[in-house]
Design a protein. Structure first.
Length: 182
């Protein structure tokens, strides 16, 4: 998904004992798209385990050890196109909230969404007022993936200022086409 998005900055959070398959996939996607893959780990033990696993798979990525809070490290990165966080972490919503997304929008992914501590999580609560959620979905893969596509900044301003647009819907059962002006 990250390669198809042609993400230039791919960021993920990882901690000891986590699955490495996602990290390998993101590293491959960053190579194909000509971007950077940054993995943020909470401590030195996690960094050692992560680097060893990535070297074993012959992949490499930039690893940042979160000397302070992970949110502070994410806040210093600008232009994030693809962000993967683990929902089992208590601060996952804060990480999503402080991320500075790219100009063309971003894809935000929460891994382990079934084991999420905050069951009342909503995507709208983590994006700022300038951005909008274009589409979100939950995939029952592994322990669950919650995915959101955040649109580019300023993309929705025309609709909010009274300009109208046409929406086309097709009923799958009857094949009827509905055209609605909003």
């Amino acid at each position: 998904m990250a390669a198809g998005w042609k993400a230039k900055l791919i960021v993920e959070t990882w901690s000891r004992g986590g699955a490495i398959a996602t990290s390998i996939g993101l590293a491959v996607a960053s190579r194909h798209g000509g971007g950077r893959h940054i993995c943020i780990v909470p401590d030195e033990e996690s960094r050692v385990e992560y680097v060893a696993a990535m070297e074993k798979s012959r992949m490499s990525s930039q690893v940042v050890v979160g000397k302070a809070e992970v949110e502070e490290v994410v806040e210093n990165l600008e232009g994030i196109d693809f962000l993967v966080v683990d929902s089992r972490r208590n601060e996952f919503a804060r990480i999503l909230r402080v991320a500075k997304l790219g100009q063309r929008g971003a894809v935000l992914i929460c891994k382990n969404a079934n084991s999420r501590a905050a069951s009342d999580f909503r995507w709208r609560s983590v994006v700022d007022g300038e951005s909008r959620i274009v589409r979100s979905m939950f995939l029952p893969v592994g322990r669950g993936l919650d995915i959101a596509h955040v649109g580019a900044r300023g993309e929705s301003t025309a609709f909010g200022k009274g300009e109208r647009r046409w929406i086309k819907r097709i009923d799958r059962q009857s094949g009827e086409e509905f055209v609605i002006r909003k």
